[in-house]
Design a binder for this molecule. Structure first.
Ligand code: PGA
Length: 263
């Protein structure tokens, strides 16, 4: 039995966030990820690729065959309408996605997305039958001021709709200062924050506390994945830069092939 099963019934999830990277030729990397996942390299973890919307349909066949999930990286709150340039949750679903990342700090900062907007989009994801990966995390200044938990707590309460379930919601804790920087919080700080998030989920959505998956994101690499994924209440990873190559991404996901119960 794997270590995560002994801790809980939460199936680990390793999700890649390609951000605004990837042309059709780069699907060769996605295909390699699919082949490795199908060969059991991620153990019993669930593997999801959140690709640019332009690549979703081209990736569906290999991902479906390999049991790799597909996700979008953002959606509009409405199902359709006069919103030039936007993509709806229904469109992502129609293109083959089963997940969507919402409230990523790059969108919170670069597109002025506040908690209320993230909540509306999360409801749109539920409406379309997508699982929302809702991102939360503090800035460096907020952590240094001792406000990290207060910020993350208010992001959770403001962004997560009350009707969320373990099937429809995944939380990703991504400290803004750890994204793309090579920096990560201490394992103790991650453990404290993930425990805090789990407690806050219980307060906000009673009864589901133990089943909602909480991912860690921010400079996850093959070299630090094993120690990060062993932290209590870390149920997987949201991986940016290292998800762009099969070698690095599977170097992370394969932690779950190798995790075994110590006792
Ligand atoms: P990173 O990005 O792994 O490149 O730090 C993580 C993310 O933004 O989801």
């Amino acid at each position: 039995m794997t270590e995560w099963l002994s801790r809980s019934e939460r199936r680990p999830l390793v999700a890649g966030n390609w951000k605004m990277n990837g042309l059709r030729k780069d699907l060769a990397e996605a295909d390699k990820i699919c082949a490795a996942t199908a060969a059991g390299e991620a153990g019993e973890a669930e593997v999801v690729l959140c690709l640019p919307a332009t690549l979703l349909m081209a990736a569906v066949a290999s991902c479906e065959a390999a049991g790799v999930g597909l996700g979008g990286q953002h959606c509009h709150g409405a199902p359709n309408g006069p919103f030039t340039g936007d993509v709806s949750a229904e469109m992502l679903k129609d293109a083959g996605a089963s997940y969507v990342i919402l409230g990523h700090s790059e969108r919170r900062a670069g597109h002025n997305e506040g908690n209320a907007s993230v909540r509306e989009k999360t409801r749109a994801a539920f409406r379309a039958g997508l699982t929302a990966i809702v991102c939360v995390g503090e800035t460096r200044a907020e952590r240094e001021a001792g406000d990290a938990m207060a910020i993350v707590g208010s992001q959770l309460t403001g962004s997560v709709p009350g009707e969320a379930t373990p099937e429809t919601l995944v939380i990703a804790y991504e400290p803004v200062w750890a994204i793309g920087t090579g920096l990560t919080p201490t394992l103790k700080d991650i453990a404290e924050m993930h425990r805090f998030i789990r407690e806050r989920l219980e307060a906000d959505l009673s009864g589901v506390r133990d089943r909602i998956r909480i991912l860690y994101g921010g400079s996850v690499k093959p070299s630090n994945a094993a120690e990060l994924m062993r932290v209590p209440n870390v149920d997987g990873a949201l991986v940016g830069g290292a998800s762009l190559t099969a070698r690095d991404f599977m170097g992370i996901a394969s932690v779950y092939r190798d995790l075994r119960v110590a006792s």
